[in-house]
Write a protein that binds this ligand. Structure first.
Ligand SMILES: [Zn+2]
Length: 446
């Protein structure tokens, strides 16, 4: 008994000491996430999970762990505004074949992979991730901070309606959201204002920080042409109202102008993809101070990204992908021309290991943006987007996406200067020497 008490006492003291812990990183060139240049030869002092000092000479607190940055580059942790952590397999397999526990463990692995690439925060744009978010926040497993959307909200025949051809509609067969999709939290297939409200509120109840609504045709779904406009104005307004009542916002999946304009006018704050948008729509995004999260790297992905394990893309699928990819150049040029809010979001999912495609987004975006602009998008820019979750933002103890006093200690140290060469970020196995999230070190090769 005495031994147990002593062990417990030491354990408690151990936690107390740890929670007071300081880490001093010396001799680093710092990019703070917002400025246009590196600040040479600085030190950064971290207490617990926050940055408490940044400066030329910081005296070493008693008992602090000191890390010599050896003149390397320290930047804020990266973020990805469009991931699907739980979608690590083909759609049919996750829906109908794999056990949920197996899927969960793969999700944990995907989360770990994102963190080890340098992503300390992600916005998950659909799929069951409430459990993994909690497990990461509690320290049970490792991964980025997660802004979860929960289940996709899709109309019947919309981009989130992944039923096979003969699978009956839940609603028409008299059921109530009891398919594996709804039960496990993949999608709510709903029609009409009351059902949209119910799905929106169900997600908010479970902890969604924003809602993901399918507003137009998609590539991975079989029954909705890309040009299709999904949900009526009233249905979209209902989702926006439910989100606003929780002080948050709606992000929609959309490629075409018609659906995008309808969504923006209904109060949607973020358009994801948008590869086929035109000038009028991009101007409207600007006018509404809304966001666009497009993907450039898709233009360079092999067939196996679209159809895991395959060397070629089936003709029917190719018909959907091709025009979308062809729009990429136009939409990035328009986004740049009008200076709209552009988030950094890869939509890299489909298999374990595909997380690294999120890094390809850095190099492909370099066709339109400078390394500095891309890095701002992936740090302080995304943090502004995430903060649209208002009073239900789960991460408000510190600032995200910056290296400043009072910010979360989410930071990376690279060998090389990513402001000069964006490739530095794209090859973390060679260049990324230190990963810290929430004051904890996950990789240290210094
Ligand atoms: Zn997506």
């Amino acid at each position: 008994m005495r031994t147990t008490c002593l062990t417990l006492l030491f354990f408690v003291i151990g936690i107390a000491v740890y929670s007071q812990h300081n880490i001093l990183i010396k001799n680093v060139n710092v990019w703070d996430g917002t400025s246009d240049k590196l600040d040479k030869n600085l030190s950064v002092l971290i207490k617990d999970n926050l940055i408490i000092k940044v400066g030329k000479s910081i005296s070493e607190p008693n008992g602090a762990t000191v890390i010599d940055g050896a003149g390397k580059t320290l930047i804020p942790g990266l973020s990805d505004a469009h991931v699907h952590l739980s979608a690590t397999m083909g759609n049919g397999e996750t829906r109908n074949e794999a056990h949920w526990m197996y899927t969960s463990i793969r999700t944990a692995k995907a989360a770990e992979n994102f963190l080890m690439l340098g992503f300390t925060t992600v916005r998950d744009l659909g799929g069951p991730v409430f459990g993994i978010k909690r497990a990461i926040d509690e320290g049970l497993t490792i991964g980025p901070r997660i802004y979860p959307s929960g289940a996709y909200i899709s109309q019947t025949s919309g981009h989130g309606d992944m039923r096979s051809a003969n699978e009956p509609s839940v609603q028409l067969s008299g059921g109530q959201m009891t398919t594996s999709d709804a039960a496990l939290g993949w999608a709510f297939v709903v029609d009409g204002v009351p059902e949209v409200l119910k799905a929106a509120r169900e997600n908010l109840r479970k902890g969604a920080t924003q809602l993901k609504v399918m507003a137009g045709g998609g590539i991975a779904s079989d029954f909705d042409p890309i040009h299709s406009v999904q949900f009526t104005t009233e249905e979209l307004e209902a989702a926006v109202q439910a989100a606003a009542d929780w002080d948050t916002y709606v992000a929609v999946h959309i490629y075409e102008p018609k659906g995008a304009i309808r969504a923006l006018n209904a109060g949607v704050k973020c358009l994801d993809h948008g590869h086929l948008l035109d000038e009028e729509t991009v101007k409207l995004i600007k006018e509404k101070d809304a966001w666009l999260v497009p993907q450039a790297f898709w233009t360079e992905t092999p067939a196996s990204f679209w159809v895991p394990g395959e060397d070629t893309i089936p003709e029917a699928l190719n018909k959907k992908i091709k025009p979308v990819l062809e729009g990429t150049d136009t939409v990035f040029k328009l986004a740049k021309k009008y200076g709209i809010n552009v988030g950094f979001g890869s939509d890299a999912y489909g298999d374990l290991g595909y997380e690294s495609y999120a890094l390809t987004e850095f190099t492909t975006r370099a066709k339109w943006y400078s390394p500095l602009e891309i890095l701002k998008q992936a740090t302080s820019g995304n943090a502004r987007l995430f903060s649209l979750s208002g009073k239900i933002n789960p991460y408000t103890e510190g600032k995200l996406g910056v290296i400043k006093v009072g910010a979360y200690a989410d930071l990376l140290i690279y060998d090389g200067n990513p402001l000069d060469d964006i490739e530095v970020v794209a090859h973390p196995e060679k260049t990324l020497k230190l990963i810290m999230k929430d004051g904890k070190i996950y990789k240290n090769e210094l």
